[in-house]
Design a binder for this molecule. Sequence first.
Ligand code: PXG
Length: 463
Amino acid sequence: MTASLAPRIDTRALQQADAEHFLHPFTDFQSLAAKGSRIITRGDNIYVWDSEGHRILDGMSGLWCMNVGYGRGELADVAAKQMRELAFYNSFFQTATVPAIELGQLLTEVTPPQFKHVFFTCSGSEGNDTVLRMVRRYWDLMGQPRRKTFISRKNAYHGSTVAGASLGGMSYMHAQGDLPIPGIVHIEQPYYFEHGRGMSPDEFGLQAARWLEQKILEVGPDTVAAFIGEPIQGAGGVIIPPATYWPEVQRICDQYGILLVSDEVICGFGRTGNWFGCETMGFKPDLMTFAKGVTSGYIPLGGVMVGDRVAQVLIDKGGEFEHGFTYSGHPVACAVAIENIRILQREKLVERVAHETGPYLNRRFTELLDHPLVGVAESKGLMAGLILMKDKSAKELFDTKLEVGMVCRRHCFEGGVIMRAVGDRMIIAPPLVMTVAQIDEMIGLIRASLDRTLDELRQRGWL
Ligand code: PXG
């Protein structure tokens, strides 16, 4: 791709208008205005182009969502067809639309067998708000109204609404707006590198799960409503728990009768090599939140899969559930989701991640461990993370104030590959359509970016 394809875009003027009017999410407004945003103008397959014509390999799938890749005409066609036929109708007052009904049915086919019902939202955050209200309603209907507390994990990400940010475990989010709201408590994350010293991963997995049991006993078992977690934490830095963790969490939830919620917003729809992350990590949730991959990010859609244990009570005893969004089950979004799931099925993308590209990425990504900056490198399916270290033999980290991850991220961007920096963890979650040859290309770009990062750190005297 040459710069000549972007001659009509006046980058400077757009950056100025952007800085003057657009308050970006999770962004320091002043520093963005000083630098100017990078304006992305086009996407095809696993690549995006910016307004200056640079081609960039998108190792983050947009924002963990562009799973079938950019530029899929099939999805544009079904959206246009549905807009012409019926652009919108609601599902509030005993009405429904064909795509919403059909998607509901299709979702029960691709999700684990305990799920026969879905509640639609427009995002993952709204999905988790729905979980909070639905679970509390469930326990009221069960005659156990004291069960209101949610247990979640530090460094979890469950969205940006009041309930989503409260369920999440990001302390810098809690610090703004007096969060978490009451009735939400957090335990430590199952992060082996941070907490597992002196233990085998399997021993650590069991110990981390037992932090849940300790918290249940601390707050009182008859007051706990649910435990929520991402099968593999995404925004927290691709934290892959040891294999023993989730089965033990499941056992503890079962023992205390607590509902188990899997936030599948990132892990769902093939990312980990199964349709859902809970299948990869070996547990059977009562509810699952989804968004992102359900439409591969082509249009906003989210929701909650409601397992039989909860659905049956809501249906049999619940009367009206006073909850919903104008766009719950939006027909255009649902039509796109149906076609997106059909693409995953037709192209056997989940199987490819499980048997071909996932194992290949693991082999190529862990080879990066021979780089002087890389102290840890791990992956599951098509999500991976590495840790930049000052002294890898001593497992010594950089001073966090240096923001070495951001230096590396800049070199990645300039070198034509997108990685995300979570502190000094560099992470990727590339589109599921990625081929083996494209994995080679991506690893080459990452390695070159690490080399340039190393040069800069040496020049700055930080090594
Ligand atoms: N749960 C999980 C596990 C997520 O990753 C949400 C809920 C919220 O979804 P919505 O659609 O409301 O954004 C998410 C979203 C990052 C990043 O920096 C991650 C997300 C969103 C924005 C940034 O990695 N995940």
